[in-house]
Design a protein around this ligand. Structure first.
Ligand SMILES: Nc1ncnc2c1ncn2[C@@H]1O[C@H](COP(=O)(O)OP(=O)(O)OP(=O)(O)O)[C@@H](O)[C@H]1O
Length: 237
């Protein structure tokens, strides 16, 4: 299996008022297409920093990140922005929706940025909204939607450009457990149906049993890399 993303020997530290925090220490990892990968570990262990470095949002101090034959670590800021716009989708805990736009308009925004013609953008946005089960709610603005619905709009916005990699940072932590489970099922099915690599940061250990693969971090290091579903099915056979 060819990795969609490969990181080698990543290091990243932050210094504030002469206090240095090593957020990542010698992290090497590969992320694969069609898998829902959960990145977990205690608060402050470096999960969000790793996600930010893998997506090119933050530069590592050491190490290399590459996507196929493209080395993100040696791109200019503009090249990395273009890479993210074209190949990556993002989902955040706080949904990050525009208050004044309807659900379908929110989803159209990235396509407008990419220069997709308005008619095609409208059709693709409507299709993405329908794929997360919100066809009948597409005219609503964020204030008129539940948390689970808002997160589904954010997912539709992230997948509308068919990204190769979908990054989700604590996508369920503002939701109750039923809505959280529903969001994870949608993310899992995106990995299976579209072939995207889904990398999801969460400290919620309940998601472990829904993940194809679990990466566990501690103190800036990657401690474990397991595939719980494969392990469970081989025990059962
Ligand atoms: N921009 C920053 N400036 C200074 N320190 C930072 C910055 N970002 C992260 N850190 C520090 O780096 C360490 C790792 O942070 P990170 O946010 O990656 O952890 P996390 O595992 O995602 O935590 P949480 O689960 O609480 O969100 C922490 O000690 C944090 O305080």
């Amino acid at each position: 299996m060819q990795p969609v993303l490969t990181a080698r020997n990543l290091g990243k530290s932050f210094t504030i008022q002469n206090v240095r925090t090593q957020a990542l220490l010698n992290v090497s990892v590969e992320v694969f297409a069609s898998e829902f990968t959960l990145l977990t570990g205690p608060s402050g262990c470096g999960k969000s920093t790793l996600l930010a470095v893998l997506s090119g949002m933050t530069k590592a101090d050491e190490g290399v990140v590459s996507a196929g034959d493209m080395a993100l670590s040696s791109m200019t800021d503009d090249e990395r922005d273009a890479f993210r716009l074209k190949h990556c989708g993002f989902i955040f805990q706080g949904f990050n929706l525009f208050p004044g736009l309807t659900a379908v308009e929110q989803v159209q925004v990235p396509l407008d940025y990419m220069g997709v013609a308005p008619k095609e953008a409208r059709e693709r946005a409507a299709h993405a909204i329908a794929s997360v089960g919100l066809a009948k709610r597409s005219h609503l603005r964020p204030a008129e939607m539940s948390g689970g619905e808002k997160q589904r709009v954010a997912i539709a916005r992230a997948i509308v450009k068919n990204p190769a990699i979908l990054f989700a940072d604590e996508p369920t932590s503002a939701l109750d457990s039923e809505n959280g489970r529903n969001i994870v099922e949608i993310l899992q099915s995106i990995a299976k149906k579209s072939g995207a690599a889904v990398l999801c940061v969460s400290h919620d250990m309940r998601l472990v049993k829904q993940a194809d693969r679990v990466l566990q971090m501690e103190d800036g290091r990657l401690l474990r890399d397991v595939r719980p579903l494969a392990a469970a099915s081989s025990k059962g056979s």
